[in-house]
Design a protein around this ligand. Structure first.
Ligand SMILES: [Fe+2]
Length: 166
């Protein structure tokens, strides 16, 4: 679903809940290749969209949208934002012979991806309570990220959040 830029969080999550992904249609300047504070078509289409072909990840994202859309308090919204940040945007996964990036913020930024896989970024095993209590800063390279073993963990995490929010 094409959008011109940021849309209200509630609209974004409602779209996810019906398997529609709001996609920015502007593209960043060459000077912003390594870091852009807001989404562009490269981040959205190259970074996000390919993973939507994975059935488990796609179901997770739909469920995430449904759960986040009903988060009502500031604390609930913050927890869902952290879960989104440390998975959809900046997630790492163990696969085959090593740790790989799957988060779109990493896929669409060479500098962020290199940092995430370097020793300067602490990689912790994915655990829901740790993730939703971990603050993040969008304006700098990440120094803590979380590693999953499979996308099933994401679906389980969002199911657990649904229980907590109701
Ligand atoms: Fe994104």
């Amino acid at each position: 679903m094409p959008v011109g830029g940021f849309i209200p969080a509630a609209d974004f999550f409602t779209s996810l809940s019906v398997r529609r992904f709001p996609t920015t249609i502007i593209i960043r300047a060459k000077s912003q290749l390594d870091y852009l504070p807001e989404p562009d078509i490269f981040h959205d289409v190259f970074g996000h969209v390919p993973l939507h072909a994975d059935p488990v990840f796609a179901d997770f994202l739909q469920r995430f949208g449904a759960v986040a859309a009903v988060a009502s308090t500031e604390e609930e919204t913050a927890m869902m934002a952290r879960l989104f940040w440390f998975t959809v945007e900046f997630g790492l996964i163990n696969e085959g012979n090593g740790t790989k990036v799957y988060g779109s913020g990493l896929i669409s930024s060479a500098a962020d991806a290199a940092n995430a896989l370097s020793l300067s970024c602490e990689k912790r095993p994915f655990e829901l309570d740790s993730v939703i209590s971990q603050p993040f800063d969008i304006d700098r390279l990440q120094d803590v990220l979380f590693v999953i073993e499979s996308f099933d963990q994401l679906f389980q995490a969002v199911s657990d959040m649904e229980q907590r929010l109701h």
